[in-house]
Design a protein around this ligand. Structure first.
Ligand code: WT7
Length: 660
């Protein structure tokens, strides 16, 4: 049974225990409903109150939401603040400088602790160094770094001087990095000699050098390199600088640049259904508000908690729930450089035990892969570790199948810890639809109900509400503080992608299909309704992979679809027509590997097709449109039930149905 069907037939319900309810800040469903009702009653008042309580403003705001230029909305616009001040200084000023901000565990197990006081000084030194290199308010800085305290320092230092950062995940290729450097118009690039993952050193600086050499990014005047491994790197004297040398003589104080709440804090690229990746632009005030507030609500965060989000800072989850949310709250968090399977599949459980993690946040793909390993080896089964410190578990990025949910609940959470299945997106900035640990009855596989103030709904193709029980398009009816502000440099694309005329132009289109339960109103996400795939919780545009494939001189045509995968959720399947004859046997296998490596080089290893099929042609309608539904069936190995009478050459279906 598919995940969606099994969720729709899910009858198990796990209400929070009396103990959990009693100790939670939002205690019981009535408390949740009261908050949601408050937001409905006085939308602006609700958000204004949260913004005043949660953030420290240099200049208070007088306006809350401005929709005059909708869908380009502003929040708290005349207020001034600084994200780095809110993450660091204010805790130090409140006497909490000695609190550990980050417990960093390196790939090899080395642990480094940094307090709020230390972190503030390091951020100030680096901010001063950036300023000396001529980086100023409004300039964009690209960060291409491993998971590291230095990575957080780099992000926070940019925030401190008002220079929007754009973090590029360390797994992206030189070409992807180049595209982002060019699109965002970066003036500086912060990278590292190498990164350590699973005992292996992987290059970053040499990829960065390649990216810069591709051109179009001549505005990059400084390449600042964090020395992680000491591995050999090429050096360009006129441009390259060591991070440690740069900060050595800098002052450890730096006055924050006070910016409008609407000043862009960062641009983060994500895949869309068409063309190039989109630079999702986020604000300062609304974004930091929601990063802090959602961590408090969704994980019932308390000052005594040890929070651990396993995401990479190269994704939105690492931005919101590592670099900003926990710091804005003055929380103590664990940060991990490595991978969950090194030195063995018990790494996560070992780290939870060692650091007494109370709130743990990871992706369903990680859980699914660890289930397999634990089943095969009792030594690395979570039951072999003391996980009694855990209080709340979370998942993010993709649907979780009920079986994996149950395993996580029983084996990791000891049937004691609520699981928050958080639905959100790069564009939403933070959690949108999620259970609250001390209130919401949990249903495996469902992200349950919207957070207070989030007006999520399901509509049909014309934007009309559909009744519960009927599937439709997931939308958000009112703007919220941490919403995407625009697509960097492309406001038209922003409008068309997220506020399409077909839906009336006023509804935020998430791009997911969803259905609400008739009785509870719980949301279940049914997956993307556009040509976007979700592989291991990472978004990939099918068109992006297709363009990468056709850029190969051997390829005439390519079509990419997703196929359900037991571990990664979805897997990439590519149908390829070569310029030469269709390859067979060993030739086909060899070419498939070549194309896989090619895609890895063009985009990054995460985009490599799992399965490549060669045909003499692709199945097309008479008007020449590729029949993707047919390809999806072929990818899954399903019998073809669609009408294929319009196909010019039905024999290609047999060719394309063959897995190598
Ligand atoms: C897409 C957003 C959320 C931050 C990391 C990914 C899918 C996300 C869930 C969930 C089912 C989910 C959606 C969404 N997604 N969370 N809890 N259940 N699907 O951010 O790369 O912007 O991807 O991930 O399809 O649209 P992203």
């Amino acid at each position: 049974m598919s995940t969606i069907e099994s969720v729709l037939h899910e009858s198990r319900v796990f209400p929070p225990s009396a103990d959990v309810v009693a100790n939670a800040a939002i205690s019981g469903m009535d408390a949740y409903r009261a908050l949601a009702a408050e937001a409905e009653r006085d939308y602006e008042g609700f958000w204004a109150k949260l913004a005043r309580e949660t953030l420290t403003w240099h200049k208070p705001f007088t306006k809350v939401l401005d929709e005059a230029n909708a869908p380009f909305c502003t929040w708290f616009e005349d207020g001034e603040l600084n994200a780095s001040y809110n993450s660091l200084d204010r805790h130090v000023e409140a006497g909490k400088g000695g609190t550990v901000a980050i417990i960093f565990e390196a790939d090899d197990g080395t642990v480094t602790r940094v307090t709020y006081q230390d972190l503030l000084q390091r951020v100030c030194r680096f901010a001063n160094a950036l300023k000396k290199r001529g980086v100023k308010k409004g300039d964009r800085v690209v960060i291409y770094m491993p998971m590291s305290i230095e990575g957080v320092v780099a992000m926070q230092a940019c925030a401190r001087i008002g220079a929007p950062h754009s973090v590029v995940f360390g797994g992206f290729s030189s070409k992807s990095l180049n595209e982002r450097l060019v699109d965002v118009g970066a003036v500086a690039l912060i990278t590292s000699d190498e990164q350590m993952r699973g005992g292996k050193a992987l290059p970053l600086k040499s990829i960065a050098d390649e990216a810069l050499a591709m051109g179009g990014c001549e505005a990059v005047k400084s390449v600042i390199v964090y020395r992680r491994t000491g591995g050999k790197v090429a050096w360009n004297e006129s441009r390259d600088l060591w991070m440690h040398e740069l900060v050595a003589n800098e002052s450890d104080t730096c006055t924050p640049e006070w910016v409008s709440a609407e000043h862009p804090l960062f641009v983060l690229y994500t895949s869309g259904s068409t063309g190039r990746p989109k630079g999702v632009q986020h604000s300062t005030g609304g974004y930091v508000l929601w990063a802090a507030q959602t961590l408090k609500w969704t994980f019932d965060w308390k000052p005594t908690d040890i929070f651990w989000c396993t995401a990479d800072i190269g994704w939105i989850t690492g931005h919101t729930y590592i670099a900003y949310g926990p710091l804005a709250l003055g929380a103590t968090q664990v940060m991990f450089e490595g991978v969950p399977t090194y030195p063995d599949g018990g790494r996560f459980w070992n780290m939870i035990e060692k650091h007494k993690v109370t709130l743990f946040y990871t992706a369903p793909t990680a859980i699914r892969s660890l289930i397999k390993i634990a089943d095969a080896d009792a030594k690395v089964h979570p039951k072999s570790y003391d996980l009694s410190s855990l209080r709340v578990l979370g998942t993010v990025g993709e649907p979780i199948n009920p079986e994996a949910w149950m395993w996580y609940y029983e084996n990791v959470g000891g049937a004691r810890c609520p699981i928050v299945d958080t639905w959100w997106q790069t564009e939403t900035g933070g959690h949108m639809i999620t259970p609250l640990p001390g209130a919401t009855p949990l249903v495996p596989g469902s992200c349950t109900l919207p957070l207070p103030g989030i007006m999520a709904a399901i509509v049909d193709e014309t934007g009309q509400d559909v009744p519960n029980g009927q599937g439709g398009i997931l939308v958000v009816k009112r703007p919220w503080p941490s919403m995407i502000r625009t697509i960097w440099g492309d406001p038209d694309r922003f409008k068309k992608s997220y506020y399409p005329e077909e839906l009336g132009g006023k509804l935020y289109l998430a791009g997911d299909g969803s259905v609400r339960d008739k009785a509870t109103g719980n949301f279940t996400i049914m997956g993307r309704i556009d040509d976007v795939l979700n592989v291991s919780g990472h978004r990939l545009g099918t068109m992006e992979i297709e363009s990468a494939l056709v850029a190969n001189p051997l390829v005439a045509e390519a079509a990419v679809v997703g196929r359900p995968d037991e571990t990664t959720g979805e897997a990439v399947v590519a149908f390829v027509v070569l310029k030469s004859a269709r390859p067979m046997g060993d030739d086909a296998a060899k070419l498939a590997n070549e194309l896989r490596a090619w895609v890895g080089k063009e985009i990054g290893p995460i985009a490599k097709p799992k399965d490549i099929r060669f045909g003499d042609n692709l199945p097309k309608t008479r008007s020449g449109k590729i029949m993707r539904r047919l390809l999806r069936s072929l990818a899954k190995g399903e019998a073809i039930t669609q009408d294929v009478s319009t196909l010019e050459n039905p024999a290609i279906l047999d060719q394309l149905g063959e897995s190598l």
